[in-house]
Design a protein around this ligand. Structure first.
Ligand SMILES: *[C@@H]1O[C@H](CO)[C@@H](O)[C@H](O)[C@H]1NC(C)=O
Ligand SMILES: *[C@@H]1O[C@H](CO)[C@@H](O)[C@H](O)[C@H]1NC(C)=O
Ligand SMILES: *[C@@H]1O[C@H](CO)[C@@H](O)[C@H](O)[C@H]1NC(C)=O
Ligand SMILES: *[C@@H]1O[C@H](CO)[C@@H](O)[C@H](O)[C@H]1NC(C)=O
Length: 351
C-alpha cells in the first residue's frame, strides 16, 4: 500500500471510529458493561441482510430504502430490518455488511460492532435466489478468524443472530409445485441448521439467537386470493412443524452444551400479534396488504416496464403498513415485531 493511501485510510478510519463511537453513545440502548467488548455476528437471509445482497436484486432499486437510509441500499424493506433492531437492542450500531467491508479500504474500525454475513434470499441449503447459503456464510466468518481479522478477544461476550425466514421452503414449494414432501424436508433443514448453530458456537461466539419461521401462510402471495383477508393455514401448519422441531432441537443442543448458549426468537408469535394489531404500534393499511404491490400476479415491488412506467403501486405512508412488499415487513412492521420481542431478548441475551 502506498503511503498516501495508507495515510488516507488511517485518517478516514480514525474519523469513522470517532463518529461511530459518538453515535453509539446517542443511540445506545443497552451496553452490558461486564460483557464488553461486545460484537454482533449476523447470518441468514433478507430479514437480516443490511447490504450484502447482489446488486441486481430488488433491495438495490427504488422504492426500497425510501424511509432509511433514504435511498436503495440493499435492505429488503423501506427502512431498517430486524438485524438493525437486534443491534440497537445490544447498544451497537448495525454491524457492517461483509460485502461492504471487503470493498472498503478502511479496515479495523469498521469492525467495531461485528459483521453481518446475511444475504437476502438464502437458506440453509441453496435456494432459487442468488447468494451464499448459511454454511458458506459461516465459512466467510471462519476465514476472518483464521486471518485474525477478529481475534479470540473480540469474541468474548460476542453474540450471534441467525435469521431463517423460509427460503428453503419457498424453493421447495416453487420448484416442486406443491407442498408435497415438505414434512421430511423440514427435518433435513432443521438438522442442518442445528449443525450450523453448533459450528458458530464452536468458533467462539458466546450466545446465539435463531429465528423461528414467521406465519408463512400470512405472507401476501398466499393471502392475495382472499384480497389479503385470510392466511393460508396449510402453510402455517407446516411452519408450526418447523418451529416445533426447531424448539426440540435447540433444547437438545442446549442440554449438550455448557451454559445453554442457544435460543429462539419467536417470529411466529410476534408477527401474529403485529398483524392482528395487538401491539401498541397500529397499522391502518389492512395488515395483510403490502405497501408496495406489483400489478402482476407475481407481486414484485420496484419493477418498471421498458418505458420506465411503474409496474407496482405504493401506499401513501409506509408507516401505515405492516408488510412492505410480498415477503418483508416495513420498517414500522419490524418495529412492531421488535417491541413484541424485547422481553425475550432481555431474558436471553442479557443472562
Ligand atoms: C447476481 O445475480 C445475477 C442474477 O440474479 C447473476 O447472474 C449474477 O451472477 C450475480 N452476481 C453475483 C456477483 O453473485
Ligand atoms: C422436491 O421434492 C422431493 C421429494 O420430496 C425432494 O427430495 C426435493 O428435495 C424437493 N426439491 C426441492 C428443491 O426442495
Ligand atoms: C392454501 O394452500 C394450499 C397449498 O397450496 C392450497 O391447496 C389451498 O387451496 C390454499 N388454501 C386457501 C384457503 O387458499
Ligand atoms: C420450547 O417451547 C417451550 C414451550 O412453549 C418453551 O417454554 C421453551 O422456552 C422453548 N424452547 C426454546 C429453546 O425456545
Amino acid at each position: 500500500m502506498d503511503t498516501q493511501k495508507l495515510l488516507c485510510s488511517v485518517l478516514c478510519c480514525f474519523l469513522l471510529s470517532i463518529l461511530s463511537g459518538r453515535q453509539q453513545a446517542v443511540q445506545g440502548h443497552y451496553v452490558p458493561s461486564d460483557i464488553r467488548p461486545l460484537k454482533l455476528f449476523v447470518f441468514g437471509d433478507s430479514y437480516a441482510d443490511t447490504g450484502n445482497t447482489n446488486k441486481s436484486q430488488a433491495a438495490w432499486i427504488f422504492p426500497y430504502g425510501i424511509t432509511f437510509p433514504g435511498k436503495p441500499a440493499g435492505r429488503f424493506s423501506d427502512g431498517r430490518v430486524l438485524a438493525d433492531y437486534v443491534a440497537k437492542f445490544l447498544g451497537l450500531e448495525s454491524p457492517i455488511p461483509y460485502e461492504g467491508w471487503k470493498s472498503s479500504s478502511c479496515g479495523i474500525p469498521l469492525l467495531k460492532h461485528g459483521m453481518n454475513f446475511a444475504y437476502g434470499g438464502t437458506g440453509v441449503f441453496d435456494t432459487i435466489f442468488p447468494g451464499p447459503k448459511m454454511t458458506v456464510q459461516i465459512d466467510f466468518f471462519e476465514h476472518l478468524l483464521k486471518d485474525n481479522v477478529f481475534t479470540a478477544k473480540d469474541l468474548e461476550g460476542s453474540v450471534s443472530f441467525v435469521s431463517l425466514a423460509g427460503n428453503d421452503y419457498f424453493t421447495h414449494i416453487s420448484t416442486n409445485g406443491s407442498a408435497e414432501g415438505l414434512q421430511s424436508f423440514i427435518t433435513t433443514v432443521v438438522n442442518q441448521l442445528a449443525i450450523n448453530l453448533k459450528r458458530i458456537h464452536g468458533l467462539g461466539v458466546k450466545k446465539i439467537a435463531v429465528t423461528g419461521i414467521v406465519p408463512f401462510g400470512c405472507l401476501p402471495p398466499f393471502t392475495g386470493k382472499s384480497s389479503f383477508q385470510q392466511c393460508n393455514e396449510t402453510y402455517n401448519s407446516f411452519v408450526g412443524f418447523h418451529n416445533l422441531l426447531l424448539n426440540q432441537t435447540v433444547e437438545k443442543l442446549n442440554r449438550e452444551t455448557k451454559d445453554s448458549p442457544f435460543f429462539i426468537i419467536d417470529l411466529y408469535a410476534s408477527f401474529t400479534s403485529a398483524i392482528k394489531n395487538e401491539g401498541s404500534i397500529k397499522f391502518e393499511n389492512p395488515p395483510l396488504k403490502p405497501c408496495c404491490l406489483g400489478v402482476s400476479s407475481e407481486y414484485f415491488c420496484g419493477r418498471v416496464d421498458e418505458n420506465g412506467a411503474k409496474l407496482y403501486t405504493l401506499c401513501e405512508n409506509p408507516k401505515s403498513a405492516f408488510f412492505w412488499d410480498a415477503a418483508h415487513p416495513s420498517q414500522q412492521g419490524w418495529r412492531a415485531v421488535y417491541s413484541a420481542l424485547q422481553a425475550t431478548l432481555e431474558q436471553y441475551f442479557l443472562h
